[in-house]
Design a protein around this ligand. Sequence first.
Ligand SMILES: Cc1cc2nc3c(=O)[nH]c(=O)nc-3n(C[C@H](O)[C@H](O)[C@H](O)COP(=O)(O)OP(=O)(O)OC[C@H]3O[C@@H](n4cnc5c(N)ncnc54)[C@H](O)[C@@H]3O)c2cc1C
Length: 607
Amino acid sequence: MTDRIEVHEHDVLVIGAGGAGLRAAIEASAQKASVGLVTKSLLGKAHTVMAEGGVAAALAHVDPQDGWETHFRDTMKGGSFLNHWRMAQLHAQEAPDRVRELEHWGALFDRTKDGRILQRAFGGHTYKRLAHVGDRTGLEMIRTLQDRGVHQGFDVYMEHTLTRLLKDGDRIAGAVAYRRDDGGIVVFRAKAVVLCTGGVGKAWRITSNSWEYTADGQTLAYEAGAELIDMEFVQFHPTGMVWPPGVMGLLVTEGVRGEGGILRNNKGERFMWKYLPEARRQEYAADEDEARRWVEAAVEAKQTNDRRPPELSTRDNVSRAIYTEVKEGRGSPHGGVFLDISYLPADRVKRKLPSMYHQFTELADVDITKTPMEVGPTTHYIMGGIRVEPDTGAATVAGLFAAGESAAGMHGANRLGGNSLSDLLVFGRRAGAGAAAYAKGLSAVPSVNEGEIEAEVADLLAPLARGQGESPYDVHKALQQCMQTLVGIYRTQADLEKALEELGAIRRRASAVRVEGSRVYNPGWHLSRDVRNLITASEAIARGALLRKESRGAHSRLDFPDMDAQLGSVNMCAVKTDAGMRVSPTPLPQMPAELKALFEPAKEKVG
Ligand SMILES: Cc1cc2nc3c(=O)[nH]c(=O)nc-3n(C[C@H](O)[C@H](O)[C@H](O)COP(=O)(O)OP(=O)(O)OC[C@H]3O[C@@H](n4cnc5c(N)ncnc54)[C@H](O)[C@@H]3O)c2cc1C
């Protein structure tokens, strides 16, 4: 069998060429491992390139009071304390160095008048913390990492989709992939595999995510025996486009609100004041005047004692607020609310938010320097994913590592904006180093099992060979409808049980799909596997959501509207068993006393 299959061998195989994958590959190569970098898309096309608002790091260039302790506190509070404390600590401590390193490698961030890195405000961050390049930060990041990477000497396999991890006993031995252009099968033999495949957003109908986000890494890891945690925590970004229908869900960056964007309902009310959680109300401007003064100071990159506008509440809170306004009849004509930045000078809006200006002019015929945008919640990010060991990125299967959006633990119940790009850099680097160190410890590449490869190839090709069956597009549509209506922003026991029942039926349909045509560039065939991955992730999400009988962070239960202290000490963990998926609570690692002390009121004043 293997003589007809292309075979490659590496110490470390990195899957995914977004920020996490590129940073992992750079680090593993720097540790002298032979590295292969695989992406199902083209270099430069990952989600990271779509990131707009910025990368969060307590550089303290605009607000000198900032420091890692405050960033750590903000991240833990934003995640409702379900984050792995060690990941939040490493992230807050190391993000500034990772951003400076990017600069050293050639990234050009926007500057203050006196030449420091300009940092913008984002929801849930106490200080202005997001280093950015207008609203095209991800592009600069990918460009810089790619430039650095090509000099590193690793092999790149573009348009190769990984479909199965191979094991030798209990440890990773490699992976099977197909080439998207000609459908050829490729086997990678490797001592270690680092999964950096991103998120799961294509399970919903309204999403900011592209075709690449089909839960591949989460499912590959799960099938190989790794643990998935926190899958019930899916972030619905408050501001996606709602009109026209063809672009529904497309992201409107939080940078708009960071630059002073105001949310209003159809009565012209600035409604976010009434949705601020009581416990955090004192962090926000008391009235329009204070909010306006804060924006004026931000425009000048000046320090101010004024507090931030209520639109900069955390994403979970703003999403629920918009959802409620629309549901109670105060929405905009196309089912969203209004986001207004048109009161600021037009040249400033065009300079600070060029992509948003372009996006609305080209796609919706709306000039945002003159007219408010219409926005509503869109599926954006998954906090849950592959359980990893914080320092090394090691998953719970020997030789398997993960970083970026496909990994879990860093963000707890809700991610703060800007904390993903910094997560990719901090933990991409750590996972690359962890995988290289693990690979060094093995004298030879583990052996792969021919039978396992043959079985995978047969399974992969089955939809093309079937004489009859449904189209994978119809199955995908059914899945998206199910997740959109039953596992959305607000959840209930009845809806989640119904979703699980429907997912069972959708899974059966997915296993019997038929694809027309050949293996050459056949997106229907690609989807036939993608949709199965999405169903597995969706099941983990729905099962976790059913067990979490409370509302915390991005997970809101109408039937359990409050937080439950006991559930605050556990992660929901999904594993594969002979009887199917098992999801059960596992204890959350306890924060050490010296970090707990940072939350004492006296310490909160320290930067
Ligand atoms: C529109 C938008 C704006 C955003 N703005 C911000 C922001 O301003 N700040 C911020 O912090 N975060 C932002 N985010 C979130 C952030 O961009 C992502 O969470 C982050 O880029 C994920 O990076 P990653 O490296 O984990 O995955 P990605 O960058 O998505 O890379 C995933 C890679 O895995 C590959 N892949 C997937 N499956 C397979 C497979 N089976 N085989 C081979 N390759 C595979 C893909 O081709 C891709 O190369 C934004 C997200 C979106 C969608």
